[in-house]
Design a protein around this ligand. Structure first.
Ligand SMILES: Cc1cc2nc3c(=O)[nH]c(=O)nc-3n(C[C@H](O)[C@H](O)[C@H](O)COP(=O)(O)OP(=O)(O)OC[C@H]3O[C@@H](n4cnc5c(N)ncnc54)[C@H](O)[C@@H]3O)c2cc1C
Length: 398
């Protein structure tokens, strides 16, 4: 068995792990990041990058390119044959997770992070004063601190728990689409949440004429459609006119959707759950409701907070205590709203009410944001450009 050494090891190169790596490397620390995938791939996600995420990226020195990034201006909520619309009360963007993860890892390399790709970590053992990280290729790394950023994949000594066992039957599906010219023009730079019995389908442009469709649904609904994605889209469209109009004549850009099951929604890691020297970040620390589009923000904020606590000589327990306090309001509001939209009988009255009172959509969107770190407001101001606020079709969005 080969044993190598790293001062700080980070397991997982998604937003949480990459953000921690960048922050630590900028402070001159020796960081090794282990990412199981050989190349950056598409990941299951709504690809809605919220204002707090934009501010965090800016703080890490990551400049988003113009191509492949769509500033979003409006939010639409639909059910049955009604649509409610509101302007988004904060700057946000649509961009593919592949691009986002690539930009973060590129900055990590530039900052001096050593990256080991194409090999998975099988096990982490945290002992007195260090952690042993066992890789699938037989290598073991001995690190003073280990940051656990494996997203949906549990390798920690204690798996994540959900406060919402019913949600265990939920399935997430994602597909990139090219809409018809009429549908692309109707969508414009907006995010749409289409409610249907058993789930919610999010639709938004992510640049280069591509639209991301991300659906959370009860897996029994998908089983009833014979696990056929196209038939399932038609099934949603049969009960939701706006969704039907959006996907009419749309081309699916992948042979099959990405899928994920058993997401532990509502999980918020307690400070005493894991041994010292093991720092859970991102989905390993907190899993919010998908419709909020705030998971990336939580992941970036957690990665940065853990790195800062580590640099200040603190412990993983003190980082988690502070992070829980910061994330608690977001998580409570998100899960309460999710419970409401779990009742199909409420869809129509809720959207009808939001149509009459669009401020309610803005309020719900604001309540499901992670409180921003101090001094981050100016970083997102550039997303408030006047042209971004106009509901115009995305250029080349067909
Ligand atoms: C249906 C759905 C829709 C969503 N939509 C949005 C949205 O629109 N906006 C938003 O902000 N959030 C959204 N989220 C949440 C968001 O995707 C996650 O919160 C975010 O990706 C968490 O980042 P992370 O870095 O913790 O994990 P990930 O992004 O999952 O990254 C984890 C990384 O670790 C690697 N890894 C895993 N296991 C190992 C191992 N054993 N060894 C080495 N590497 C490993 C993986 O390959 C991966 O690269 C959504 C989530 C779901 C389920």
């Amino acid at each position: 068995m080969t044993v190598e050494r790293a001062e700080i090891a980070i397991i997982g190169g998604g937003p949480a792990g990459a953000a921690a790596a960048v922050r630590l490397a900028h402070a001159g620390r020796d960081v090794l990041l282990i990412e199981r995938s050989r190349t950056t791939m598409h990941k299951l996600c709504g690809e809605f990058v919220s204002c707090e995420a934009l501010a965090a990226l800016d703080g890490l020195g990551i400049k988003l390119p113009t191509a492949g990034v769509v500033p979003l201006a409006a939010i639409r909520l639909t059910a049955g044959n009604i649509v409610a619309e509101a302007r988004l009360p904060f700057p946000t963007a649509g961009l593919s997770r592949r691009l986002l993860d690539m930009l973060l890892l590129r900055e990590a390399v530039r900052a001096g992070v050593r990256i080991r790709r194409g090999v998975a970590v099988r096990k982490v053992e945290a002992g007195k004063g260090s952690a042993a990280i066992h890789l699938a290729d037989g290598t073991t790394f001995d690190a003073a601190e280990a940051i656990l950023a494996t997203g949906k994949h549990d390798i920690a000594p204690r798996a994540r728990e959900t406060r919402w066992p019913g949600r265990r039957s939920m399935l997430g599906l994602k597909m990139h689409l090219r809409l018809s010219p009429e549908a692309a023009s109707r969508l414009g730079p907006a995010v749409e949440l289409h409610l249907f019995p058993g789930g919610c389908a999010g639709l938004q442009p992510v640049g280069n004429g591509v639209v991301n469709l991300c659906i959370t649904l009860d897996r029994n609904e998908f089983a009833r459609a014979g696990h056929d994605f196209r038939s399932f889209l038609d099934h949603i469209g049969n009960g939701n006119a706006a969704f039907r109009a959006a996907i009419n004549d749309a081309s699916l850009l992948w042979p099959r959707p990405l899928a994920i099951a058993r997401v532990p929604y509502g999980h918020l890691r307690g400070p005493q759950e894991l041994p010292d020297h093991l720092w859970p970040v991102g989905d390993q620390a907190a899993v919010t409701a998908s419709f909020t589009g705030d998971g990336i923000a939580l992941a970036l904020a957690g990665g940065i907070a853990a790195a800062e606590e580590l640099l200040a000589g603190g412990s993983s327990a003190s980082y988690l205590r502070a992070f829980r306090c910061r994330a608690k309001r977001q998580m409570r509001c998100a899960m309460a709203l999710q419970r409401l939209i779990d009742y199909p009988s409420l869809h129509h009255p809720l959207v009808a009410l939001a149509r009459r009172q669009p401020w309610m959509i803005r309020k719900a969107a604001s309540l499901t944001r992670l409180p921003r770190a101090a001094g981050s407001d100016s970083a997102t101001e550039r997303w408030r450009k006047p042209e971004a606020a106009e509901a115009r079709p995305e250029p080349g969005g067909t």
